[in-house]
Ligand binder design. Structure first.
Ligand code: BES
Ligand code: MN
Ligand code: ZN
Length: 460
């Protein structure tokens, strides 16, 4: 799936973006026939409305899209996308009414409205194509959209076609596209390379566990992204009930997000030394599955008592984070569909994240606001450290009681990063119902906010 703007041409239909408040003033300057047509068409400037207006020969002369009210816009993100889906086939160029500071996001929303998951069935493509509005960086917006579409495709693909080998293939394809280096450590080689917990979590599956390690760029600060690549999460022997397992093809959402973000970074040639680490496993059930009560020794040497094999994400991430940290990059960011508790706390629309670094927080928060990618800060609350200490091992992977489940998971991960700045995103990775530019299904979260924050974050 790729995203593209229409090439500018004289045939593109002029598009006027009209808020409810602006409609009357705009109409006052129009000929009577246009006024009558707009009224008859019921166009009121409401968010998501679209209307084509004919000229004297009856052929389309211009199009209107509703921009609603400030209050209506605050409830959503991409305000032209719903209207774009209603416009007839053809190319459109924005003629008036789009606030300059919204042009980039609205153009992005239009491209994202063209996303279709068509691997298993033909889908009707978006008919209306947008000419990139003036003043935006069209190549950058295209890269953001393409990265997001990659994330969506990876998450939407079911585990039958998106096991650890398939996730590896997707990473290799991306690496090849951008001239990145990639190495993969698979199966028993994980033990030889001291990545024991990735092996332990993934060993019960027929498709072997692996660590994907991609590197790109040789100038600039070092950024390492770590993504949870649990291609399916049955819960292991502490098996998930059916309703909780239903969506667990998306448990590689963190991996999908960091690959999408990596595409954005590489496609726009950001000056950064990027490394992407993805522990790719299936959390399966078999005679050789790891068990509740087992004590694992991690790459870092910390021992972990397994109190629930369903808290597997933090285990595979812990070894990947320890490896990332050995390199002492300037910034490590992990992204993971790590806990149900995060979903309960903030729901699917916000990306909860953890950081103790004021510079990271301020860069991210202002970037998030400008990229239609809302984030919410959560605390690395030191007082809860005791909750992850079981007594007979250094760490407990599933503290009893479940208090602050997303926080204790984040604190667990933080134990494995001691040399680098660290931020962690506990994302949901799934859009539960259709919204403009965001169809039901897999979704990136936090990636555009991180992308936009990086220049401020990584300046030397
Ligand atoms: N992949 C799940 C978390 C998850 C569930 C994310 C639903 C999004 C939606 C993770 O591996 C998991 O099962 N976590 C457990 C941890 C618990 C056993 C300590 C959870 O959150 O219930
Ligand atoms: Mn789990
Ligand atoms: Zn999981």
């Amino acid at each position: 799936m790729s995203a593209e703007f229409a090439t500018p041409s004289a045939n593109a239909l002029p598009l006027h973006v009209l808020s409810e408040a602006a409609l009357e003033g705009w109409l006052a300057d129009q000929p009577g026939a246009v006024q009558a047509w707009v009224k008859a068409g019921g166009f009121s400037g409401g968010l998501g409305q679209a209307l084509v207006v004919p000229g004297e020969e009856g052929t389309p002369a211009l199009a209107l899209v509703g921009y609603g009210t400030e209050a209506a816009r605050r409830r959503g993100r991409f305000h032209l996308a719903a209207a774009a889906a209603k416009l007839p086939a053809g190319d459109y160029r924005i003629e008036s009414g789009l606030p300059e500071d919204q042009a980039a996001n609205e153009a992005l929303g239009w491209l994202l409205a063209g996303y279709r998951f068509d691997r298993y069935r033909d889908q009707t493509p978006l008919a209306a194509r947008l000419v990139a509005p003036e003043g935006i960086d069209a190549a950058q917006i295209t890269a953001l959209a393409t990265g997001e579409m990659l994330t969506r495709d990876l998450i939407n693909t079911p585990a039958s076609d998106m096991g650890p080998p398939d996730l590896e293939a997707a990473a290799r394809k991306l690496a090849e596209q951008h001239g990145a280096e990639i190495g993969v450590i698979t199966g028993d080689a994980l033990l030889e390379n001291n990545l024991p917990m990735i092996h332990t979590v993934g060993r019960a599956a027929d498709r072997a566990p692996r660590l994907i390690d991609m590197a790109w760029g040789d100038k600039g600060p070092k950024l390492t992204l770590v993504g949870k690549g649990v291609c399916f999460d049955t819960g292991g022997l502490n098996l998930k009930p059916g309703a909780s397992m239903a969506l667990m093809k998306k448990d590689m959402g963190g991996a999908a997000a960091v690959l999408g973000l990596a595409h954005m970074i590489m496609a726009t040639g950001m000056e950064v030394q990027l490394r992407v680490l993805i522990p790719a496993v299936e959390n399966s059930v078999s005679g050789n599955a790891f068990r509740p009560g087992d004590i694992l020794t991690s790459r870092k040497g910390l021992t972990v008592e397994i109190n629930n094999t369903d808290a597997e994400g933090r285990l595979v991430l812990a070894d990947a984070l320890a490896l990332a940290d050995e390199d002492k990059p300037d910034q490590i960011i992990s992204m993971a569909t790590l806990t149900g508790a995060a979903r309960v706390a903030v729901g699917p629309d916000l990306a909860p994240y953890y950081s103790d670094d004021a510079a990271f927080v301020s860069a991210l928060e202002s970037a998030a606001a400008g990229s239609a990618d809302p984030v919410w800060r959560m605390p690395f609350h030191d007082a809860y450290e005791a909750l992850i200490e079981p007594g007979i091992a250094d760490l407990d992977n599933a503290p009893k009681g479940g208090f602050a489940g997303s926080i204790t998971a984040a604190l667990f991960l933080r134990r494995f990063v001691t040399e680098s700045k660290y931020a962690h995103f506990d994302i949901y990775g799934w859009q539960p119902a259709d919204a403009p530019a965001r169809p039901k299904g897999g979704t990136g979260q936090g990636t555009r906010a991180i992308y936009a924050a990086l220049p401020a974050l990584l300046k030397p």
